[in-house]
Design a binder for this molecule. Structure first.
Ligand code: PLP
Length: 264
């Protein structure tokens, strides 16, 4: 009786009460892209559509307990978003290691669109050392990419930056353009580039007016869902981008702040 459960994506990320970003966004994107989200909050946030004012990590023991309760669902992919501190990073590492052999998508959430820092100072080193080797695909925007690779001087050399991250152990990097007027995201298009050992692929999408809350979460969650249903990486990247572009193009505009993607 009933319909079989779609492939389950285990989501570890922050809760954003606006629903624009975080695990609510992930859940909507995953459902719309053919998966089912099992969401575990790694942090609660206080925020509106303009900025984030507080981030409170969830106790590691509680995260462990939520993962343990998951026994009756088979996990087909993992999507990781906000990791606010070192203790959370450790739990996330343990959780990923306990589900070997399934695709792991990590969105390195460092800063809110409104400018607030979302994780503690000094977390980047541990992120690179401990998490990157477990990642199948990392989805930084250009600014996050630059922060993850401070050793590379040339601000515009995204390829060198992506290669540096792949050398540290992640399998592939999908670099997304940002709202900022920097090369790769200028003019009428936004460019996204997939760097994988055997392929480099680039997509250009018509630039949409305005700024959006949760575009990165939407993209990474959609990508995790497409990988969970068995799509191969380049096609999963393309489908996730198309879904995200559509969600942004029909976004809702609150009275103030960034627009909220419509993922229905
Ligand atoms: N809050 C949470 C919980 C998030 O995961 C993110 C981004 O991924 C944000 C806020 C910031 O979203 P944005 O940069 O789209 O404003």
């Amino acid at each position: 009786m009933g319909t079989p459960l779609p492939p389950v994506v285990l989501v570890l990320g922050g809760h954003d009460p606006t629903g624009g970003a975080g695990i609510v966004a992930d859940s909507e994107a995953i459902a719309a892209c053919g998966g089912w989200a099992f969401t575990i909050p790694t942090a609660l946030t206080v925020q509106n559509c303009r900025n984030v004012s507080q981030v409170m990590p969830v106790a590691p023991a509680l995260i462990h307990a939520m993962v343990k309760a998951l026994k009756d669902m088979e996990i087909a992919a993992i999507k990781v978003g906000l990791i606010a501190d070192e203790a959370t990073l450790q739990v996330v590492e343990t959780v990923i290691r306990s589900f070997p052999g399934i695709p792991v998508v990590v969105d390195p959430v460092l800063k809110a669109g409104g400018g607030a820092e979302l994780s503690t100072e000094g977390l980047l080193d541990s992120f690179c050392q401990r998490l990157l080797p477990l990642v199948d695909i990392l989805t930084p925007n250009r600014l996050e990419l630059a922060r993850l690779t401070p050793e590379i001087q040339n601000i515009n050399d995204d390829t060198a930056r992506a290669v540096a991250l792949i050398r540290q152990g992640c399998q592939a990097v999908l670099v997304t353009g940002t709202d900022d007027p920097i090369p790769g995201s200028e003019g009428n298009v936004v460019t996204h580039t997939l760097h994988a050992p055997e392929t480099t692929r680039q997509w250009q999408w018509p630039r949409l007016e305005g700024s959006f809350h949760g575009s990165g979460c939407t993209l990474a969650a959609a990508l995790a869902a497409r990988l969970a249903v068995g799509e191969r990486l380049p096609m999963a990247c393309e489908q996730a981008q198309r879904f995200t572009w559509q969600a942004l193009s029909q976004s809702y505009r609150p009275s103030q702040g960034q627009s909220l993607p419509c993922r229905l």
